[in-house]
Design a protein around this ligand. Sequence first.
Ligand SMILES: NCc1[nH]cc(CCC(=O)O)c1CC(=O)O
Length: 306
Amino acid sequence: MPLLLTIATRESRLALWQAEHVQALLGARGHSVDLLGMTTRGDQILDRTLSKVGGKGLFVKELETALQEGRAQLAVHSLKDVPMELPEGFALACVMQREDPRDAWVSAGCAGLADLPQGAVIGTSSLRRTVLLREALSKLERNDVRIEPLRGNLDTRLRKLDEGQYAGIVLAAAGLKRLGQGDRIRHIFSTDEMLPAAGQGALGIEIRADRSDVAEALAPLVDRPTWLAVAAERAVSRALGGSCSMPLAAHATLSGQRLHLRGAWGDPEGAPQLVRAEAEGDVATLAEAEALGQRVAEALGAGGAH
Ligand SMILES: NCc1[nH]cc(CCC(=O)O)c1CC(=O)O
């Protein structure tokens, strides 16, 4: 049955692109879909910041209030930014096909880390990217290179790069591609070079748990292989008590029924060497995928992750 739906969305270009993407897909299936734009309190709450101020919980909450009050029925999220536990009464009703999950190197002058000039500054505020870069730079014996905070939405970060404050910055390839900025990518890090964050590149749709009619309308948008992979990744983070301020990477790939999951954790103030763990198994259900995630989390914990 066709539904009348409203998507609550933040108003950054990336959030709007994602909401419009879902709007078009649902529209093509006969539903009537409006957007409800919600202004947020600026860039700092969108970020995984080193200083741990704000936290992305905040803006998710604002969208949830709109769902709670019935002003909207759907919230479209970058899954990477969705807390591991949703509040009571809300559910993740749909995980869609993943965009490129990898990290990208954006730079005017350098093709990659190996090319950086003496004393270069790299911009990122992600703790995960920071610890992965520290390890890579240490292997290249580049102790002269510094990693400095870089905050703001995608456009702000690209502008700060263009102003010359950084030799290069690291961003999710998915966000750049969605905003038509894929041509700015100089290098896409392989998942061996930079293990992605749990959920990176995937979109999730949150609804009120009591709206089974909305869940039904979303069912055709679900990409099962992506959901299995991100369920495993998010379970690693959940089991370690993870939030956006944890220097943790988790990435899974599915080949047939076989799920291969890797995790990495680093101490931003400790040795550059990361703790790594992986596991592989046949998965048919989300619960089995999550169990694989718990195994990797336990192995990371045994290796010192906290
Ligand atoms: N933390 C911000 C954020 N949340 C989602 C994306 C990109 C798109 C995605 O991963 O789905 C980004 C930007 C970035 O990390 O460069």
